[in-house]
Design a protein around this ligand. Sequence first.
Ligand SMILES: *[C@@H]1O[C@H](CO)[C@@H](O)[C@H](O)[C@H]1NC(C)=O
Ligand SMILES: *[C@@H]1O[C@H](CO)[C@@H](O)[C@H](O)[C@H]1NC(C)=O
Ligand SMILES: *[C@@H]1O[C@H](CO)[C@@H](O)[C@H](O)[C@H]1NC(C)=O
Ligand SMILES: *[C@@H]1O[C@H](CO)[C@@H](O)[C@H](O)[C@H]1NC(C)=O
Length: 960
Amino acid sequence: MKSLQLSQAYLGALLLSLAGVNGQGCSNTCPPINYGTPVPALCEGDMADTFANTEKVYDVCHGSGQTRSFSIDSLKGKIAVFANFYTGCNAGRRESGVFAHVAQRYFETHGEDKIVFIQSVKGGGTCAQWASIFQSDAVSLYPGSGIVPREMPLSVNDVNYEIRDDLFTTPFGHPSYAILDHTGMVRHKFIGPCCGYESFYSCTADIAKSLDQQLTDYLEPLLTELETSHIDEPTNKDPNVFNPNPPVDDPQLGDGDQTVCVSGTIGDWSEWSPCSVQCGSTPGIQFRTRSVQANDCTRAVPVETRSCQATFPCNDPSTACVAETGASYTVETVVTGLDSPRDVDFHPTPGLHLRDYSEGRQFYPDEGQEAWVVNGGNHSVSIVASLGTERQTTISRRDRGYYHYMINATALSFNKVANSGRIPDRDSFNYWAICNDNPNNYMGTKEANYFMGPTLYDSRPRNRNTVNRLGQECRPEEPCYFLHADMLHESPSCVGITHDPEVDTAYGTVYWAFDATGNRETGQLVRFDFQQPHGPGSMDHSVAAIRRYVEVELERGDPGVHAGMVVHPTRREVFVAVPGANKIIVVGADSGDFARTAREEYPIYSSALPSFEYSVWECVDQRVFAEGIDTPSGMALSDDGSRLFVAERGSGNILVFEIESASLLYTIETGLTTIGGMAFPPATVGATSMLYFVDEQTNSLYRINPDEECSTPVQSRVNPSFTVAVNSATANIDGFSLSRDYECSVDPIVPDASFFDQVHDDTGYADDNPDVQSNMTGMDAGAALLADRTDCGFDSELNFDALLLGGYFCHRCLPEEYLNCDTGGICSNVQWEGYTCDNEFFVTKNSTGDIELQNANGSALEPSLTQLLFDVTYRVNVLGNISLCANIKDKVECASKGPLLFTVEDGEKTTVSFTVNGENDSAFELDVALRRSDNTSSGVQKFGLTGMMILSMIALKLTF
Ligand SMILES: *[C@@H]1O[C@H](CO)[C@@H](O)[C@H](O)[C@H]1NC(C)=O
Ligand SMILES: *[C@@H]1O[C@H](CO)[C@@H](O)[C@H](O)[C@H]1NC(C)=O
Ligand SMILES: *[C@@H]1O[C@H](CO)[C@@H](O)[C@H](O)[C@H]1NC(C)=O
Ligand SMILES: *[C@@H]1O[C@H](CO)[C@@H](O)[C@H](O)[C@H]1NC(C)=O
């Protein structure tokens, strides 16, 4: 309990966003500034279609005007006023009443053909709830005005933040408004008057009502323009988009969340459908339906299912097989020497990340696939480049702050959606996320505070997505690290993650994760939408939507067991292996509804601002796909989406299921005992992909190699007449589902604003707390004070997350034996940038063309004054076409365009000589003489590292 309280206290004070700085605060600057870089956005004077998807159709969920759905294009010919409010935002609540009043007034004076008002509702509560709130607010703000918002404004349930991201690119503040004229041009875009006020009442009615004047001032000239323009009527009016008949089921205005109970009629049950399976012993399901009128009070269920058995055994010949295994197969070893591998995935664009040269090594970006393996053992990713070709080679890479961002990682997943139709600047194709099986205990050195979740990376090696130790773009000769693009903190001890290939969100950064901590009793499914990634170097977590599916209870298996997850792209189903319950479940990716904020029950989260959604979703569609599997682990979907491959860790078999019938088709035997993650490489035309998987105990990556083609495929278990019945039910019954709990109903609770911080620049890191998050925006230098903290203890006051957020990669309190220098090196922190190691050197040409020895921060060294120690591994990165050779113990080692690593053991030899050859053949020598020293505390004491005996030193002499 202590750790929980501790965390909450920290979170309240310190782990908040810095929206006042990286976030926009209440400034109207457009494009908005994010971390020193303007982000592409729609601004005044832009045509909406230069940026927004103006064809996307939105349904109106409240407002009894004629418009029941619209696209931005369909609004051409009239003025459209958009409002961006967040649930939990006091300022938004204050202004929404004014907005509603103005909207209704214009509706009454000008009509819906001239002007519409639209508000995006997101983050919690239903449209009806919000409508009743702004309605009563409007009435109390304008007592006796007689204007009651009914037809306007139009509310849109902006569940995927599409309107927000198209029109109000964050960090543009909120509440905010965009006014489009009749041609579809953005004429005004501004932040509302209550922005920046801490509470509902501190933005007085008068201040809030200044929005009325502001809107009026903007709208009157536009209306005049509209009157005098002779524009043609829009010709592309879709009759479905403009429904002239108000819908019959329009919610009663003003009644908020009360539903009117009208008893309806219930039809008779149909016959049971045919059983879903036509042969075999795996049980299938059958269903029956009945008609249920919408307003029925009894919540009668329209669909019922029951289990059934096929009448016949399957008569597959003994040679029956699946394409991926062929008629017979070999389990082939692809890579050995991994370190407790947990998962594997394939890079969608092989060669993109490493290009042709990295860390002093040559790669061949055009040859072969590229597998990325997560090593749970040493918190790294092994990239297997040019897989299966003669060039195949493996390189291991990690995060400089891996003890927080990539710790005991157990799963990783790429965004592989190549043609999403998204704006390239926003598309997160080639990004990947990793999930950390750790409660945030800094390699066991710190009491867990559960502030842990998935980390997002952009695999493109640009824009500081990969950095050297100092945080600069990697030179091709030196060690290189991943720098994260975003991180969220709501799934400690995560054992599974998968990207959702949906194309509705603006960025494509939706990932599903297996949070093994859950409610501390059982794990849960969590959907992370990172939305706009904060980008390398920033720590702004205020823009994201995280939804907990508390009904989806997940049990992790033994430590280290990866839980496979797959989103089926066309069925929109999330398959989850539950290793601790020997089953696979299926969850409807687009099912469920907002129930309440998660902030109360799950008080550890990334940001306190209203733009950060953290909610509990309920009434999700879920069913068991397969049971009785001995510890299901890795999962992969066949190219055509028809078969699911499941690693049965307990038996060492890989089970092949037919997705549609949930029947076991085939069993692959591997003889291994600790199979983890599995993946297929991207499909190549005309070829069947081979299945790859990792095995923990043997530290290897394997694949199933078919020896000969499969000529007698296993017959489908799906009963065709069942498929016919499903198709007909889908066509006839609105929202037909075989996995919905029709009796479940959500009674959503609008989150109390007290769960949110309202004001950007007064809270969290950005203000009085000195532990600011980044120097790039010129914030408080007080974080420097953290450098002197020595209270490193397991349960001390010092929060290690604050160290990372305060710009420390190297600190006496961070896990000492795991720092990122080569053996024996001592790191020095360079705040906000990175760190240097005292055992790293560079040999390069300086600006006058002379070859120079430099230390890790780039300053020239006088070799004769440079001392080296015995038993320390030195890394000399040789930049460019210089060749450096070392003669150690009569052995010569050379390097060019890369590192030369050497260690001199105590007592081995008294001199080591180096030869350097420049391009112009100007050779020079470095003589290394050993010098014995009995000074054990000569200023080289490693932070907290005791007992390190420095017996001898080496003097390095450079002669020309
Ligand atoms: C981690 O393990 C991999 C695979 O064994 C290895 O190649 C790599 O050098 C290790 N990385 C570190 C930092 O120890
Ligand atoms: C990593 O995972 C293994 C197995 O799950 C566990 O034994 C070990 O303690 C974990 N290490 C860290 C640093 O979390
Ligand atoms: C932040 O960085 C700038 C330039 O890199 C530097 O001039 C300034 O002193 C730094 N501020 C702090 C507080 O370290
Ligand atoms: C380049 O290196 C040479 C040799 O160390 C030195 O004499 C010279 O001053 C250096 N030039 C610059 C511009 O630092």
